[in-house]
Design a protein around this ligand. Structure first.
Ligand code: ATP
Ligand code: MG
Length: 247
């Protein structure tokens, strides 16, 4: 029997005077992949950001793992954001981005050989050549950036992995590998995953549980086969939604 890693009770988030999440109750099962679906603007990214304590909220988000989550510690929570807020004027290379996360000493003191080897291994894990280390982050293609962000999110192994449309922009050949890697992290290392995705095929194949948000609340939840049926999608997204989600 599974138990919850996170219990969410009566969660409210208000941003810029607008109520975004409106009394949300949910739990995330330990060691499972939970998919979060719902229309644009339904509050999926906001829920992830509340779990990360990036937005102010009222209500409770309680981790049941025994670790101190009063602050978010990257050792425990990995995050692949939907979009990256990096100042394009900063000449940041992939090497700098990874080194900033991996080593404590300032970048101007150089990057140790140990950290360089670690960075190369991280890129290898996401099928990315080490030559990419010298690329400016801002010039990476969408799919390359997603792979680098996934590499960062899983080093060191997190307890919870929050993925916000992580494979958007990843090419077909690497998309399956991408999802295989996430499934392996879940099955072999017991990483709990909360995954936002509009890819219903992937959700029905890979997720253990699906939560559907509508207008800042949980609209419905259940096992994937039931949740991504044509009727459910019609109810959630409207007839047009079914069309655009049947691929
Ligand atoms: N800082 C903010 N100030 C005001 N409104 C915001 C802010 N951030 C998000 N919103 C609004 O909150 C709503 C939910 O946004 P959110 O990004 O959580 O949606 P989403 O479900 O992730 O959508 P998508 O599928 O498009 O990624 C949207 O209407 C958005 O415009
Ligand atoms: Mg979003």
């Amino acid at each position: 029997m599974s138990h919850a890693l996170i219990e969410i009770k009566d969660l409210h988030v208000e941003l810029g005077g607008t109520r975004i999440l409106k009394g949300l109750n949910a739990h995330l099962d330990h060691g499972k992949i939970t998919a979060l679906i719902g229309m644009n603007g339904s509050g999926k990214t906001t829920l992830l950001r509340a779990i990360l304590k990036e937005v102010p909220y009222s209500g409770r988000i309680a981790f049941q793992c025994g670790h101190d989550h009063s602050k978010v510690t990257p050792e425990y929570v990995g995050y692949v954001p939907q979009k990256l807020n990096i100042d394009a004027r900063l000449p940041l290379s992939v090497r700098d981005l990874l080194a900033l996360a991996l080593q404590r000493r300032p970048l101007f003191l150089g990057i140790s050989r140990r950290v360089t080897r670690q960075m190369e291994a991280m890129l290898e894990r996401v099928w990315t050549p080490k030559s990419l280390l010298d690329h400016p982050v801002e010039k990476l293609s969408g799919g390359e950036l997603q792979r680098v962000l996934l590499a960062l999110a899983i080093e060191p192994k997190p307890e919870l992995l929050l993925l916000d449309e992580p494979a958007a922009g990843v090419d077909f050949q690497h998309q399956e590998k991408f999802y295989d890697l996430i499934a392996r992290l879940n099955q072999e290392l017991g990483v709990t995953v909360l995954l936002v995705s509009h890819d219903t095929g992937m959700v029905s194949d890979r997720a253990h549980h699906v939560i559907c948000l509508k207008d800042g609340k949980i609209h419905c939840e259940g096992p994937p086969k039931q949740m991504v049926s044509a009727e459910k999608l019609a109810e959630t997204f409207g007839a047009k939604g079914i069309y655009s989600h049947q691929h």
